[in-house]
Write a protein that binds this ligand. Structure first.
Ligand SMILES: *Cc1c(COP(=O)(O)O)cnc(C)c1O
Length: 224
């Protein structure tokens, strides 16, 4: 079987330099993460607060941890001390909570706005109208401890590549619109987090700057 190191190298060879690779380590043991770390990987993604916090405590402190799951406001406090990027902001309420907890830790936490671009796949994510409302709100403008650095989305789970491509185009268009309307003089608004094991090449072709890959690096996940 191909090692984690080899799999990481193969992906890195297939993607442009400007695309960051988030190694999605959810459900995988620390040993697997260490192997990837020793191969040079520094960005890891997790989707459960408790699992992420445990791994943060156990593993090297120069790992950049990304949160990629649905985030409940009452759990933000556990990850606010260390999380590097929250990919899944889908409400002003969540953003305000992240801001409050980041302030307690004297940090500024980077966040992506999650968009709903798929069919019924995920219940989570904003549409453009909701994103406009959020970004125009007085509440948003007051926040000092969060920084919105881009957008995130998940395509429908399907083998229809044209459909996936259309969904990624929608996310890219949303990013371009938001950049024009709200972030034209803000260089930190630059990330488009799209693309997973099965669709990352399609995502990069549509402008992805950040891909989130789990099973292609670590093997299929087993849920118990
Ligand atoms: C699990 C997960 C991934 C990685 O999925 P793979 O198909 O294993 O690459 C990417 N993004 C999110 C939001 C996930 O939950």
């Amino acid at each position: 079987m191909e090692t984690i190191t080899k799999k990481l190298q193969r992906i890195q060879q297939n993607i442009p330099d400007y695309v960051s690779l988030v190694a999605v380590s959810k459900t995988k043991p620390n040993e697997a993460i260490i192997e990837a770390y020793e191969a040079g990987q520094r960005i890891f993604g997790e989707n459960k607060v408790q699992e992420l916090t445990q791994k943060y405590n156990d593993l090297p402190k120069d790992i950049e941890w990304h949160f990629i799951g649905h985030l409940q406001t009452n759990k933000v406090k556990y990850i606010a001390p260390f999380v590097s990027l929250v990919h899944t902001v889908d409400s002003i309420k969540l953003l305000k909570t992240i801001d409050k907890e980041a302030a307690k830790n004297k940090r500024i936490v980077s966040c992506l706005l999650q968009f709903f671009i798929a069919d019924e796949e995920s219940k989570f994510g904003l549409n453009m109208k909701e994103a406009d409302t959020l970004l125009q709100s007085e509440e948003y403008r007051k926040l000092q401890h969060v920084r919105i650095t881009g957008v995130m989305g998940m395509a429908t789970f399907t083998s229809d590549e044209q459909k996936i491509t259309r969904e990624f185009q929608t996310l890219k268009r949303n990013f371009d619109e938001l950049k024009k309307r709200y972030f034209s003089d803000n260089d930190s608004f630059k990330e488009i987090s799209m693309g997973m094991s099965n669709d990352y090449l399609l995502a990069i072709a549509q402008g992805s700057t950040m891909i989130r890959i789990g099973s292609t690096i670590f093997g299929e996940r087993e849920y118990h």
